[in-house]
Every structure is written in C-alpha cells, then in structure tokens.
Ligand binder design. Structure first.
Ligand code: DX5
Ligand code: ZN
Length: 224
C-alpha cells in the first residue's frame, strides 16, 4: 500500500479566495490538491478548468494537483490540463470512447493517469488497463456535488480493487472520493484506500490542521 495521502477537494473552498485557501490547507498538512472539473453535461454542475489550475501554479502552489475530470468528451482538454500544471489526471471510462487511448494520452503529456468509477459503474475495464494506471478512484457519492452522504457499497468495491492492486504488485494508488469524514475514514482505510479526498469535511471545518490531523490519526489507528 502506498503512503497515505489527504487530498482536500477545493470544490468546497471559498472560490473568492482560492489561492489563500489552497495555501492554508497545504500549510495545515494536506498532501495534494483535489481539483474537480465539471461540465454541466457529464455531470449536472459546472466548475473550473485549466485556467484556474494554471493560476494556482502561478500563485506558487507546488503540491501535486489531482485533476478529477467529470467531463465528456475527455481527450481534447487533457493537453490543456497538462500544460496548466496538472500532476495527475483522472477520468470516467464511460466519458471516453477509447479508454486505453485516453490513458496513453495522459501519460504522453507527462501526467499520471487515473480511472474513476461511479457508485454503479462496473470495474470491468480494469481487466484490461489496471497495470497502465497510476491510480484508481472510487466514487462513494454520485459525482457533481460536494456535501453528499457516503454510499456504503463503496467499501466492498474498495476491498475488491485493493486485492487486485496488491495482486498486480504495482504501486497503484487507491483513492476514495465522496462523503469522507473523520467518523468513517477509519473503515474506509480498513477497506483498502490509501488516498482520501475530502471536501466539505475539511473546508467546512474552522481548523484545517485539526481536521486533517484527526483524519490522519483515524487512518493510523487502522494501519497500526
Ligand atoms: C464530487 C466530487 C468530490 C466532492 C467531494 O463530484 O468529485 O471531490 O468535492 O466532496 P465531499 O467530501 O463534500 O463529499
Ligand atoms: Zn472529485
């Protein structure tokens, strides 16, 4: 299993002060910046694109930027995000006509590649592409909005993907996204996640350092 990563989703940050919010959450101990891209087509919401990613880099953010594309189609925008400073780019397989090609495109642009599975999306494509991936992202809410409740069936899915990643012997991360809180993060860790996205739980808390520390302590209690 890879070392734990806490990746706050800036979807729940104050967008009027985004640079400062990202600085603060990184100073508070976050590892990555989770960057949710929505297009009002693949999901019923509209958020941010490459110009905002580039603005964070120009602002001085050096931490990995974990771009979660909830857009369709995928390929046209991938090089733009790579140029804008994305570190990892993940997409939903049903949003790309040619999943294998999109993975290779992301890697050819110098980024790490991830595949994202909705709560009801089957993992079948992993039979063919798992070993090409740097990350598997399991959604524990339906994509589109922050602040939704964790869907418990994600736990079995995590256990299943954890087994497959371990069997592959490759350093592939297993990320969870949606409804992650201090009171469920231990069982999510126990089910096999090593990379934890949390939006409302972190940005909705008055003390970012405190909530991130509480999350790390809960994860450590499972690993010990
Ligand atoms: C939902 C996004 C998530 C969201 C998580 O489509 O992919 O990253 O911001 O928010 P919380 O942690 O509030 O469920
Ligand atoms: Zn996300």
């Amino acid at each position: 299993m890879q070392p734990t990563v806490i990746a706050p989703s800036i979807l729940s940050a104050n967008f009027a002060r985004l640079g400062e919010e990202v600085d603060n959450v990184l100073k508070a101990g976050a590892d990555w910046v989770h960057f949710d891209v929505m297009d009002n087509h693949y999901v019923p919401n509209l958020t941010i694109g490459p110009v905002v990613c580039e603005a964070l880099r120009k602002h001085g953010v050096t931490a990995p930027i974990d771009v979660h594309l909830m857009i369709e189609p995928v390929d046209r925008i991938v090089p733009d995000f790579a140029k804008a400073g994305a570190s990892l780019i993940s997409f939903h397989p049903e949003a790309s006509r040619h999943v294998h090609r999109t993975i290779q495109l992301i890697k050819s642009q110098g980024c790490q590649a991830g595949l994202v599975f909705n709560p009801a999306t089957s993992l079948d494509v992993l039979d063919y592409v798992l070993e090409d991936l740097d990350l598997v992202l399991l959604m524990s809410v339906n994509p589109g909005f922050g602040g939704q409740a964790f869907i418990p069936s994600a736990l079995d899915k995590l256990r299943h993907v954890r087994e497959r990643i371990d069997a592959s012997g490759k350093p592939i991360r297993l990320e969870i996204d949606g409804g992650v809180k201090t009171d469920n993060i231990a069982e999510i860790a126990r089910a096999g996640a090593d990379t934890f996205v949390a939006g409302s739980a972190i940005f909705g808390h008055p003390d970012y350092a405190r909530i991130i520390r509480d999350m790390r302590d809960a994860i450590a209690s499972v690993r010990a």
